[in-house]
Design a binder for this molecule. Structure first.
Ligand code: CA
Length: 236
């Protein structure tokens, strides 16, 4: 069964290019050029293909009748759909707001179609995984984490983590391959009252890297997205 994608983009040329590339990959593409069109299409598709309507949304932010952020909040709340933001904005603040609002990922135009397809696959895999049992295993050349057994093995050696270090690593394992913002990490590991305490995060990320990475200054697994957050390299 082909995956349905809602493509919200007011640039007609880009919409046509993306539609072509996605259809070649076997996606069924539904295009919308404005917020109003996207909302109407969502309702129509949800009726036709209950309950979600589409499997993934590609969302431009600058739309003729408003900002895609309005639609993002609605989509996440009502349908829990994976949303990939595509935008011309080079603004990190905007990127963080999108990820905090529940976007799965964020691509800045112009981007390579191959990159978009790869990120779509990650977002879809994660969504599939969130209805199936939660992700509890991570394996990527030399690093193995088993959240159920609370075991971390690095290059064949058991690695001993403090409870907080383990909680931080576990949060990243559950979103492997995706950036988790500073706020999300602080809220999930330390609690919502600590979302401004980025110094905790820097400290514990430093400790984790020192324990796990062969070269902590050039991490292979625990990656930094400057000004935004951290990501665990995608599971192999
Ligand atoms: Ca636009």
């Amino acid at each position: 069964m082909s995956r349905r994608v809602l493509l919200v983009e007011d640039d007609r040329e880009l919409r046509a290019t993306l539609r072509g590339a996605l259809e070649v990959e076997g996606y069924e593409v539904h295009g919308a050029a404005s917020l109003a069109e996207a909302q109407a299409l969502c309702t129509h598709l949800a009726d036709a293909h209950w309950p979600a309507g589409v499997d993934l949304v590609l969302l431009d932010l600058g739309l003729p009748d408003g900002n895609g952020l309005q639609l993002l909040e609605q989509l996440r709340r009502r349908h829990g759909l994976p949303v990939l933001v595509i935008s011309a904005a080079h603004d990190d603040g905007q990127k963080i707001r999108m990820l905090d609002a529940g976007a799965d990922d964020y691509l800045v135009k112009p981007f390579a179609v191959g990159e978009l397809l790869a990120r779509m696959r990650v977002a879809l895999r994660h969504r599939g995984a969130s209805v199936a049992p939660a992700i509890t295993q991570y394996d990527n050349g030399g690093l193995s984490v088993d959240l159920n057994r609370r075991s971390v093995v690095c290059h064949g050696q058991t690695c001993h983590l403090t409870p907080t270090e383990f909680k931080l690593l576990a949060r990243l394992v559950r979103s492997a391959g995706r950036v988790v913002t500073h706020r999300q990490l602080l809220a999930d590991v330390w609690g919502p009252e600590h979302v401004e305490q980025t110094q905790y995060l820097r400290l514990y990320m430093g400790q984790l890297r020192a324990k796990l990475e062969a070269d902590p200054a050039n991490p292979r697994w625990l990656l930094t997205e400057p000004g935004v957050g951290y990501a665990l390299a995608e599971s192999a």
